[in-house]
Structure formats: C-alpha cells, structure tokens
Design a protein around this ligand. Structure first.
Ligand code: CA
Length: 224
C-alpha cells in the first residue's frame, strides 16, 4: 500500500482527503503545519507528499524546497493561487505537480497515480557513454554520476526511451505532468536548460538536441 503524507492545515479538507484517498487505496498520514509535516516526512518516509501552500507557520514553497533538499519524494501542491509565474516557480523549484483549489478528489487521485507511476519500472538505457538506470534513478556519463532533480530525470528517461525521436513540448508535458500546461508556461524549457547544463558539466556534449519550433531529442544511438 502506497503511503501519502498530507500537509494541510484545514481540518475539513484534510478529513475529506483522508477519506477519499483511503478509498482509493492509499494510507494517509496527516500533518497540520509545515514544521510537523517536515518531521513526519523524516519519520514516515512516505511515497508521495500532498502539500497545501497556505500553511500557518511556513510558506508552502519553502516547505517544498526543504522537502526537496533532503529527498526525491514526489510533491503535489494544493494551491488557490493561479498566477502562472507562481506555478512555474513551484514546478521548477521542487514540486512535481500542482492542483488548484477547489478540486475534485478524483482528479487529485489521478495526478497522484501519474506521479507514482514515474517512480516505478526498472530498465537501463545506454546512449553513447550515457547510462540511465530507471529503477535506481541513476544517470552516469563515463565516470561521472549526474545529480538530477526528479523532473530532469523523468525528462531524460523519456528522451532516452526513443533516442533520435523529437518529442514535442506537449508530449513532454503529458508525460511529466499527465496533462498539458498553460500555453505560455516555460516550465519545460527551464527543465531542458537545467538538464543540458548538468549534462555538459558531466562532459556529455551534444546529447540533447533542440529542434526549433518542434521539440527536443536525445541524439541517436551509435551505429555499430
Ligand atoms: Ca491552508
């Protein structure tokens, strides 16, 4: 059974979510403040965190940063704020997905399942000197191990699944978030830019290709 840590100060919403998520087959642990959430995270090692942004003690975005600093657990944010900038900041700063309040619990369950699916599976893909181990969530180039954020890892895994294929931004969004983001969102570009600079730092030049106006691709496997 997958365990979810719910960090939400509103007792009514927490009660409803515990019920709905329990029915969907999840075990739910509830913390009513940012600090107690961070403590529970260490104690309970959940499979996923649902994080309300409007908490009484700490700013939710700060809680997301602190969670991300210590673990790779997927974070789904609950927020009333719908400004694009805020969402972009959240998605590039540690959260894996967000859902706007008010929302239908079934939609939240669907988002949770998308995030949990990304953590499963166990192949190993090799392109040139780049190796991606899906189960271990490890990326190695030659002697160097790359330290990728969860989204950067998922992006690279997607591109690696079909080396040479150009993935459109929409396909990438569908894979990483289970849906399309706003038209003017540049979240994908931010993740691509970060992934590219980490590949270069490790010495992997020319692996990530931008096809202007179309999308992104990983270079093809060497012909042998
Ligand atoms: Ca709240």
């Amino acid at each position: 059974m997958k365990r979810i840590l719910l960090i939400e100060d509103d007792a009514e919403i927490a009660k409803l979510l515990r019920l709905e998520l329990g029915e969907a087959g999840f075990e739910v642990d509830w913390a009513s403040s940012g600090m107690s959430g961070l403590v529970r995270l260490r104690e309970a090692a959940p499979d996923l965190v649902i994080l309300d942004l409007g908490l009484p003690d700490l700013d939710g975005a700060e809680v997301a940063r602190r969670i991300r600093a210590g673990t790779e657990v997927p974070i789904v944010v609950l927020t009333a704020a719908d400004a694009v900038e805020r969402k972009v900041g959240l998605l590039s700063g540690g959260a894996d997905d967000y859902i706007l309040k008010p929302f239908h619990p079934q939609e939240l369950v669907a988002r949770i399942q998308v995030q949990l699916r990304h953590r499963e599976g166990g192949e190993q893909v090799r392109v040139g000197d780049l190796e991606v181990h899906t189960a271990k969530r490890q990326v190695v180039f030659g002697e160097n191990e790359l330290r990728l954020s969860p989204k950067e890892f998922e992006l690279l895994s997607l591109l690696c699944s079909r080396p040479g294929k150009v993935f459109a931004r929409q396909e990438i969004e569908d894979h990483l978030w289970g849906r399309s983001l706003d038209k003017d969102s540049n979240v994908v570009d931010v993740h691509v830019a970060n992934l590219r600079s980490k590949l270069r730092e490790a010495g992997a030049y020319g692996y990530l290709r931008t096809v202007r106006g179309v999308g992104y691709a990983l270079r093809q496997r060497d012909k042998d």
